[in-house]
Design a protein around this ligand. Structure first.
Ligand code: PHE
Length: 347
């Protein structure tokens, strides 16, 4: 009996020692197989039971159970320690070096096209103009008919565009917003608005032409609105936009929806009106078309031309940006070249 218990203690000590000395989890798994499996040496010692007396059986059984429990506990503790150690090592190995430089995030920039819209909007808002949103897809009715350009009118030739269907087209001019605003106001309320947005025309793209470009439409409708009001308003705009020293000049022109119609030039900032390459020696640069709203347009859009009058103008956004910033090619606004766009932003 004594030797049987001794054998148990021996196995117990051996197992505990091996657990203590285990180098890694794999080694620990082997130990488990030897000492804690169903057919371990300890379990096979149970066979000795038959040769023991009743009292001895109790003591022997207890020795075996104690040994199993002790080996099991020590094994679990060791396994846990090793798992923790392994995790720790892994974390250290995979640690991120926070001293390495990160990837630089580049700030975006506003396209000068939108900078100009913001500046022009600010100037007109300060004169009491409302900023109205138009629509890129227009009907023939709003883009042409209500603007005194019936189906067979020759002025349509200059404004061929992309048609969605027989009736809908990509607007050729923000002037369509004039008609929308007048109709919305039902021939009653005075109007003072600008409408910035994209226009589309069938055009061969070159340095000064693009099939897609921006305009800012302006419309004032009230009682007794004269050409002098138009001139005063545009003079104010030009001085705020291009500098106090700039002057404007009105040349007579033709648009179907204004009468009289004018083209407006601004004195060349580069040569101060003396004449240079930029203004082609004339001292003046054309910036917009304008005029008194045609009585037909007022009438078609619900305003009585005997009571109301108004003026309208249309400024090319890229044109203004090109003059203001000395940009030589309209296509630059659409090429998304970050170096170009960056030049117009202070930060
Ligand atoms: N819509 C005209 C154009 O695109 C410009 C314009 C607007 C002229 C308003 C007069 C009045 O050429």
């Amino acid at each position: 009996m004594a030797s049987a218990i001794e054998r148990v203690l021996e196995i117990r000590e051996k197992a505990l020692k091996e657990i203590e000395e285990a180098k890694n989890l794999e080694g620990l798994a082997v130990i488990k197989n030897i000492y804690l499996a169903k057919k371990s040496e300890l379990t096979s010692l149970m066979g000795l039971m038959r040769e023991l007396s009743q009292e001895e059986k109790g003591a022997f059984g207890k020795a075996i159970n104690d040994a199993k429990q002790a080996i099991q506990d020590r094994w679990a503790k060791k396994a846990q320690e090793m798992e923790a150690k392994k995790l720790q090592e892994q974390l250290e190995k995979e640690a991120i070096d926070i001293t390495l430089p990160g990837k630089e995030m580049k700030a975006g920039h506003i396209n000068p096209y939108y900078i100009v819209i913001d500046e022009v909007s600010d100037i007109f808002a300060s004169m009491g103009f409302e900023i109205v949103e138009g629509r890129d897809v227009e009907t023939d009715h709003y883009n042409f008919e209500l603007l005194n350009v019936p189906k067979d009118h020759p002025a349509r030739d200059m404004q061929d565009t992309f048609y969605i269907n027989e009736n809908q087209l990509m607007r050729t001019q923000t002037s369509a917003a004039q008609a929308h605003t007048m109709i919305k106001n039902e021939g009653k309320k005075p109007i003072k608005m600008i409408c910035p947005g994209k226009c589309y025309r069938r055009d061969d793209d070159d340095m000064t032409h693009s099939h897609e470009f921006g305009q800012i439409e302006g419309l004032v409708v009230d009682k007794n609105v004269s050409l002098a009001d138009l001139k005063g308003t545009l003079e104010m705009f030009v001085k705020k936009m291009f500098g106090e020293k700039r002057e404007i000049r009105l040349r007579s022109s033709y648009f179907p929806f204004t009468e009289p119609s004018v083209e407006v030039d601004v004195s060349c900032a580069k040569c101060d009106g003396k004449g240079c390459a930029m203004c082609k020696g004339t001292g003046w640069i054309e910036i917009l078309g304008a005029g008194e709203v045609h009585p037909n347009v007022l009438r078609m859009c619900g305003y009585d031309p005997e009571v109301y009058s108004g003026f309208a103008f249309g400024v090319g956004i890229e044109r203004v940006a090109m003059l203001r910033y000395g940009v030589d090619d309209i296509r630059r606004f659409y090429q998304n070249d970050i170096r170009f766009i960056k030049d117009f932003n202070k930060n």
